[in-house]
Design a protein around this ligand. Structure first.
Ligand SMILES: NC(=O)c1ccc[n+]([C@@H]2O[C@H](COP(=O)([O-])OP(=O)(O)OC[C@H]3O[C@@H](n4cnc5c(N)ncnc54)[C@H](O)[C@@H]3O)[C@@H](O)[C@H]2O)c1
Length: 296
């Protein structure tokens, strides 16, 4: 992404108002690895009540030499963990290296993926987790404590997860702010995962205003309410966006430079990561003789 060798156009999408279902198409071509493909992904904030994923997805890979379909596979699991990995990589560049306390707001699928991936990179000692639905946060604490062998406390209010945390992750389906910028400690890093439309935001304008560095995954992330609402209000100027995560990963821009900075990573998801992950899965499956050949 940061090298300019990935072709990733803005994603077309449609919205079924009656059901609150969003459907997006996310194509990418990665010239370096010769991976080409597309993800078709849905989003419905009520799915979890039916025991269904918020983002059901299908991945297709194509042969870049001919355009022929190469592989079709589930994209839901890839979406879940590529987003967790993206959050952890952003924290690697933007959070303090000695980050030990993590606050999670939103105890669903992303709450699980984000914490699991952060644990791979940080020596986490304490986690505070909040969800608007008490049973969701209780279940999360029980499951994740066992799964990750971490000390996780259930928070009754979002404020408790933010105050004193080194890394805060907002990964809810909320469309209104779950963070008040007054709660942020100096040196905190925030991964803002959830909101993805111009009307929705998880961060309030003060959080955006207090951030010393705001980094996006893809340019479209600036269209989410997290960024676009403060811009409309006149409290934030787009020129203050520091850059894209690819620029940090490829060393063209530096990440955190002081222990005092407040940093924010805003993501809406990148098709380049979907396609590169799916291509790797395809290569591994082929090498192990897995999968089924079908004639189309
Ligand atoms: N940036 C990306 O690449 C990316 C990728 C996947 C998902 N997402 C987004 O992340 C969000 C979460 O996805 P998920 O799969 O974990 O969904 P999920 O349905 O599994 O979990 C969402 C949780 O948020 C909780 N919630 C809703 N409002 C809340 C509030 N005000 N405060 C606290 N908790 C609240 C719900 O109770 C639920 O437990 C969605 O908006 C999804 O679109 C983003």
């Amino acid at each position: 992404m940061g090298l300019g060798t990935a072709e990733v156009p803005p994603r077309p999408h449609i919205f079924a108002n009656k059901f609150e279902t969003w459907l997006g198409v996310m194509p990418a071509y990665l010239a370096d690895s010769e991976a080409m493909g597309v993800k078709i992904v849905g989003d419905n904030p009520h799915n979890f009540k039916k025991g269904k994923p918020n983002n059901p997805a299908l991945m297709l890979l194509n042969n870049p030499q001919t355009g022929e379909p190469l592989m079709v596979m589930d994209g839901t699991y890839i979406t879940k963990f590529r987003t967790g990995a993206a959050g952890a990589v952003a924290a690697r560049y933007l959070a303090r290296k000695d980050s030990r306390t993590v606050g999670i707001i939103g105890c669903g699928s992303q709450g699980e993926a984000q914490l699991s991936c952060l644990k791979e990179l940080f020596k986490i000692e304490k986690v505070k987790a909040y969800d608007a639905i008490p049973q969701r946060r209780k279940g999360y604490v029980q499951n994740m404590e066992k799964k990750l062998e971490l000390d996780i406390t259930e928070a009754e209010f979002p404020k408790q997860t933010v105050e004193g945390s080194d890394i805060v992750v907002t990964c809810s389906t909320s469309t209104t702010p779950v963070i008040n910028g007054e709660w942020l400690s100096k040196g905190v890093h925030v991964n803002a995962i959830g909101a993805f439309t111009p009307q929705a935001r998880e961060l309030d304008s003060l959080t955006i205003g207090r951030a010393d560095k705001i980094v996006l995954d893809v340019p479209e992330a600036r269209e989410t309410g997290d960024i676009s609402i403060p811009v409309k209000e006149g409290t934030f100027d787009l020129t203050k966006i520091y850059g894209e995560i690819g620029e940090l990963v490829t060393g063209r821009k530096v990440g955190r430079t002081s222990t005092e900075e407040i940093t924010v990573f805003k993501t809406v998801g990148s098709a380049a990561i979907d396609v590169s992950t799916a291509f790797r899965v395809y290569q591994i499956a082929k090498s192990r003789g897995m999968g089924t050949e079908i004639d189309i």
